[in-house]
Design a protein around this ligand. Structure first.
Ligand SMILES: Nc1ncnc2c1ncn2[C@@H]1O[C@H](COP(=O)(O)OP(=O)(O)OP(=O)(O)O)[C@@H](O)[C@H]1O
Ligand SMILES: [Mg+2]
Length: 326
């Protein structure tokens, strides 16, 4: 499969490991890791690890943008970003060994003008021409037009290519107006969208079926709702199936949703759907939780989790055990 992964708010994700950090004092760094970040870049790295032909796009600015492009290139992902002035984000995580806590500093990212937004739509539409799928992932830079994802989806759908959206808040609300083929909210993203007074799995799934799959999404679209350690639900017009999370003994769940999306697309590219695609996606997601940084999987972990994952259950008979999930 050839897949275009779009990350409008690409970043350099830098992790510092220290023994202990106290405000106002200095700490010796034990280890420093920098990887090209942003959710679409995580999906790109996993798809590449699964053997696919991957192009990464979005906005890249300054030295941080150059780092993202260079590192992706070295991993075998072809960078095709729109270069803009300013500096791409650096997202800094400081992990303290003793307290086992992480502190994050997140930069706002570069300014995105209307001209830059239009250039990205044109670039992605061009890249979609010889692709099988396009993934649009993550937050939008603060002043990017709120309908940027909808515009990208319109442009991609005009080429007939499968398009996936994974974002939150107003970018998700507005993006869905473009009619993506697959959406991957987690529980918090779905409940924020649904605005239900007393959300549980039952009314959450009903919301997807009654309010999303009958417009703005098309009737043949799917929603992959991930529930962290409680597994995932695949919802389409035919119904909903729930799969428990694999017993992965996670070390770092950040980016598990991105891995799940990559795994689902990998299965989709082999013609799989329904339970088979969901099971593979969840094994890939589980494998990613075993890695210290997002965007990585060990194929041996995927194989192991495929052998140990339980069966999917149609949601009607499953609801009683999940009611009240938050
Ligand atoms: N603690 C865990 N144990 C086992 N599997 C997990 C765990 N956390 C996540 N997973 C697997 O990963 C999938 C996606 O996780 P989650 O719902 O946390 O995604 P997300 O919130 O979109 O994450 P992100 O946005 O950081 O990528 C889950 O459906 C599950 O299969
Ligand atoms: Mg997510």
């Amino acid at each position: 499969m050839r897949c275009v992964c779009v990350t409008p708010n690409a970043s350099v994700d830098t992790t510092y490991r220290v023994d202990h950090l106290a405000r106002g004092s200095s700490a010796r760094v034990l280890e420093r890791i920098s990887v090209p970040g942003g959710k679409g870049n995580n999906v790109a790295r996993i798809l590449r690890a699964l053997g696919h032909d991957v192009v990464a796009s979005g906005f890249a600015a300054g030295g941080a943008g150059e780092f993202v492009e260079r590192e992706l290139w070295e991993l075998g992902v072809a960078p095709a970003f729109v270069r803009i002035p300013g500096e791409s984000r650096t997202c800094l995580a400081i992990i303290e060994n003793e307290a086992r806590v992480a502190t994050e500093l997140l930069e706002p990212g570069p300014r995105v003008t209307e001209e830059a937004a239009a250039a990205l739509v044109e670039r992605v539409a061009g890249l979609a021409d010889d692709a099988d799928a396009v993934v649009l992932s993550g937050s939008l830079p603060t002043d990017a037009p709120a309908d940027l994802y909808a515009r990208l989806i319109h442009a991609v759908r005009a080429t007939g290519v499968f398009v996936v959206l994974d974002t939150s808040g107003s970018a998700l609300v507005e993006g869905m107006q473009g009619g993506p083929d697959l959406v991957k909210p987690n529980w918090d993203e779905l409940t924020a969208l649904a605005g239900l007074a007393d959300p549980d799995l039952h009314n959450g799934v009903s919301f997807v079926q009654d309010r999303l799959l009958q417009g703005p999404l098309s009737a043949d679209a799917s929603v992959l709702l991930s529930l962290g350690k409680d597994g995932a639900v695949l919802i389409d017009a035919d119904g909903a199936i729930h799969l428990p999370a694999p017993a992965a003994a996670p070390v770092n769940p950040v980016g598990a949703g991105d891995a799940m999306l990559a795994g689902y697309l990998d299965a989709w590219s082999r013609g799989e759907s329904g339970e088979a695609a969901l099971t593979w996606a969840s094994a890939v997601a589980g494998a990613s939780t075993r890695q210290p940084v997002a965007g990585r999987v060990d194929p041996l972990d995927i194989e192991h989790l495929m052998r140990t994952t339980g069966a999917a259950v149609p949601l009607d008979s499953d609801l009683s055990t999940n009611r009240g999930h938050t």
